[in-house]
Ligand binder design. Structure first.
Ligand code: FAD
Length: 345
């Protein structure tokens, strides 16, 4: 039987970030993931400046595709609103593998099925023993299923269903577009370009409301694809796949003895835009901190409203533009670089 101090189930952003913090403090960590990385993860791949900061990422030296948006284009009905702010896109296929490798933790390909409490630790599938267990296995995390589900049942009206496709496509419009409530959709659709010829298009909607109103998410996707064909993605072929996860609700129990749940396993995505990468990273960092420093494991503040992050970024941009303007008025600096760079492919 393989023994370790901390066993992490799932090598997505929650698991790899927890491992990264634990490994830097010298902890003995093992990650189990049912898939071999790099692996496909359905996700638009939009990340906020907060995520970049919390991961200690240097955007300029990130070795894979990263596109910075100087604005979002928000559509509601016939209204189109350009929102000046800084947000980024990455490809999860690359980003997750990079985070996992950066963590420095050993990773084994193993599908976790059974978890048994054993003294002050856990035995996994009769093959692994650990003192601490972090559940970072996403929506269908076995740690959630075996140890937390009864205590935190998921609320069906917080289930977000999605349909998306990421394709190689030489896009011409480098802005991120979001359409809210098109055709009565209880959610939104997106066009998220990635650096160097990749594009993600998708739809996310509240499952319960779709069902109650008799709407079909595939029909919504077909409508979106038809609209995009006309102007943003002529000639593109989409064959979307679906996945569901949970928006943040009441999560009463996130720790039991030495077991923790993080990220989608705990259902932490933001209520307004379904942003899950930031909460996954924050909860992974918190779980690691609790193990290292015996601090309480609390997730009350790991999910905020995503529009809050966008508003902060708008504000910072305005301040930056103001400061730059004032500096330039005093002593013009030829070629002064705007910190808000747009990286073209
Ligand atoms: C279509 C779509 C678009 C999205 N777009 C965005 C976006 O643009 N921005 C954003 O912030 N969020 C977005 N999200 C949400 C975001 O993808 C998730 O919230 C985020 O991936 C959660 O990270 P995680 O580490 O908790 O779980 P995951 O990233 O799901 O990682 C879980 C890992 O656990 C492994 N695993 C699962 N079961 C087992 C098992 N039994 N044994 C071993 N390993 C197991 C899986 O293979 C996986 O690697 C989107 C989600 C979807 C579905």
């Amino acid at each position: 039987m393989r023994s370790c101090e901390v066993l992490i189930v799932g090598g997505g952003p929650a698991g790899s970030t927890a491992a990264w913090k634990l490994r830097r403090a010298g902890a003995d960590v093992l990650i189990l993931d049912r898939e071999r990385f790099p692996r496909l993860k359905l996700c638009a791949g939009w990340i906020t400046p907060e995520v970049v900061r919390e991961l200690g990422m240097d955007v300029a030296s990130y070795p894979h595709r990263l596109l910075t948006f100087p604005r979002l284009r928000v559509h509601v009905g016939r209204l189109q609103l350009p929102v000046a702010c800084v947000q980024h896109s990455i490809r999860r296929y690359e980003f997750d593998a990079w985070l996992l490798e950066r963590s420095g933790a050993p990773v084994e390909t193993h599908t976790v099925r059974h978890i048994a409490a054993d003294g002050d630790g856990y035995v996994i599938d009769d093959a692994y023993r650990c003192r601490y267990l972090i559940g970072a296995g996403g929506t269908r995390c076995p740690v959630y299923r075996e140890l937390f589900r009864e205590l935190n049942p998921r609320a069906s009206d917080l289930q977000l269903v999605t349909l998306e496709h990421e394709i190689q496509y030489e896009w011409r419009d480098p802005d991120c577009h979001l359409w809210f409530f098109a055709q009565g959709l209880p959610g939104y659709s997106w066009y998220v370009p990635k650096e160097r010829g990749w594009l993600n298009v998708g739809i996310g909607a509240i499952a319960g409301r779709l069902k109650r109103t008799g709407q079909d998410i595939r029909a919504h996707f077909a409508h979106l694809a038809g609209q995009l064909e006309g102007h943003l993605t002529p000639g593109a072929q989409f064959d979307p796949s679906g996945y569901s996860y949970y928006l943040r609700g009441r999560v009463d129990v996130v720790r039991r003895d030495n077991a923790f749940i993080t990220g989608d396993a705990a259902g932490l995505a933001s209520r307004d835009l379904g942003e899950g990468i930031g909460p996954a990273i924050r909860s992974g960092l918190r779980a690691a901190q609790t193990i290292l420093e015996a601090t309480p494991y609390q997730l009350d503040d790991v999910t905020g409203l995503s529009v809050g992050s966008i508003a902060r970024s708008m504000f910072e941009r305005m301040l930056h533009a103001g400061a730059l303007g004032a500096r330039q008025a005093r002593a013009p600096v030829p070629g002064a670089a705007d910190a808000l760079q747009h990286r073209d492919p």
